[in-house]
Ligand binder design. Structure first.
Ligand code: CO
Length: 208
């Protein structure tokens, strides 16, 4: 897609919206009240809004390589706290996807330069689940499972945050782990049982 085409598309988009509702953009400018915080991968094939069928104003979005939520990343921490404390989202979704280049890169021990510390977060997921991953014969299946386990661990990173725990207790904020299957277009709910996980890890991470 050429740059000129992007601006043409934008004009077309404005026209279509104004035809439907002449005050569409005025209303949009008034503010946002999204119910969802979506944490996903930067992969160009996984567009949060398109996959969810969401309109502008409905989803607060954070994307990075391999949908990570590291405990010391000021960017993701700020996004989560802002979404939970100020926007008061009702749901936090961590959405991974099969065929994720970041996950694949982390599965190889290659030197990726400046990307190494970022990928190390995924390699830590491998270490935490080494037994299960090593028991999977097929590399393709192992790759898919690591995508899922990474979503689970990033959900846990989110749940470890005091602000998130407080909102879960006070106003029933929900955290979800999903995977997008690029080859079918389907969103899969991993149905992560946080209650069970919390029983095991509650003493280590409990903050509130
Ligand atoms: Co990806």
């Amino acid at each position: 897609m050429e740059i000129a085409q992007i601006f043409k598309n934008n004009e077309e988009w404005i026209k279509n919206h104004l035809e439907e509702d002449p005050s569409y953009f005025e209303k949009l400018a008034e503010g946002q009240e999204p119910k969802y915080l979506y944490i996903g991968c930067s992969d160009s094939r996984v567009s949060a809004e398109a996959v969810m069928g969401a309109k502008p104003g409905e989803v607060f979005v954070h994307r990075n390589i391999a949908n990570l939520a590291p405990n010391n990343d000021l960017n993701i921490l700020s996004v989560v706290v802002y979404a939970v404390k100020h926007l008061k989202v009702k749901h936090i979704v961590v959405c991974g996807h099969y065929n994720c280049g970041g996950i694949k890169a982390a599965m190889q021990p290659d030197d990726m330069g400046i990307l190494n510390p970022w990928l190390r977060n995924i390699r830590d997921v491998v270490r935490l689940h080494q037994k299960e991953l090593e028991s999977i014969d097929s590399e393709e299946k192992r790759y898919r499972r690591l995508v899922e386990l990474n979503v689970q661990e990033q959900c846990l990173n989110v749940v470890k945050m005091k602000e998130v725990q407080r909102a879960i207790l006070d106003r029933n904020l929900r955290v979800h782990g999903w995977v997008f299957d690029i080859s079918t277009g389907r969103l899969i709910d991993l149905k992560i049982d946080f209650q069970e996980i919390a029983e095991h890890l509650g003493d280590i991470y409990k903050l509130v």
